[in-house]
Design a protein around this ligand. Structure first.
Ligand SMILES: Cc1cc2nc3c(=O)[nH]c(=O)nc-3n(C[C@H](O)[C@H](O)[C@H](O)COP(=O)(O)O)c2cc1C
Length: 136
């Protein structure tokens, strides 16, 4: 099964409750069972998420996530076959909105606040890969 990396961004649905700890707990449980790894960035408004794994597992997981009403305006940024994972140690790493991580946003975009539509897919990936990640 070809190794695949998918990157998307979305916006939080302000009309629904969101418990990010619970979301991550459940995501890690699912991902661990299907050998998905990746990272999630949430700044209170926007989500950016990378999913890595076998093509079928990534596809199934992405479609399930895209149906989730806790976010909307989901935009697929990229989906490609890759030789190696970037987040192999993480069932779903969390890129928190910290001072250090915000300075990385400035490194890769015109501002220090996350606006996924103002950043290339390559820049979004590099921010996540170089960021201070939490979780397992
Ligand atoms: C921003 C966001 C990221 C998510 N990330 C994952 C993930 O990495 N893996 C996963 O299985 N579910 C993830 N979920 C949760 C799924 O959308 C879904 O709720 C969960 O897999 C349970 O699905 P089920 O209710 O059909 O059992 C995410 C949801 C949101 C809103």
């Amino acid at each position: 099964m070809y190794l695949t990396r998918l990157l998307y961004c979305s916006e939080r649905n302000p009309d629904l409750d969101l418990d990010i700890e619970q979301l991550l707990y459940s995501a890690r449980d699912y991902n661990g069972r299907s050998n998905i790894t990746g990272a999630l960035w949430f700044d209170g408004t926007y989500f950016v998420q990378v999913l890595e794994g076998g093509r079928q597992a990534v596809s199934e997981t992405y479609h399930r996530i895209a149906m989730d009403k806790r976010h909307y305006k989901i935009e697929l940024v990229s989906c490609e076959m890759v030789d190696a994972r970037l987040f192999h140690q993480w069932r779903m790493a969390y890129f928190a909105d910290t001072v250090d991580n915000r300075s990385l946003i400035l490194k890769y975009s015109g501002q220090d606040k996350l606006d996924p539509s103002a950043m290339s897919g390559a820049s979004l990936l590099r921010v996540l890969a170089e960021g201070n990640l939490l979780g397992d």
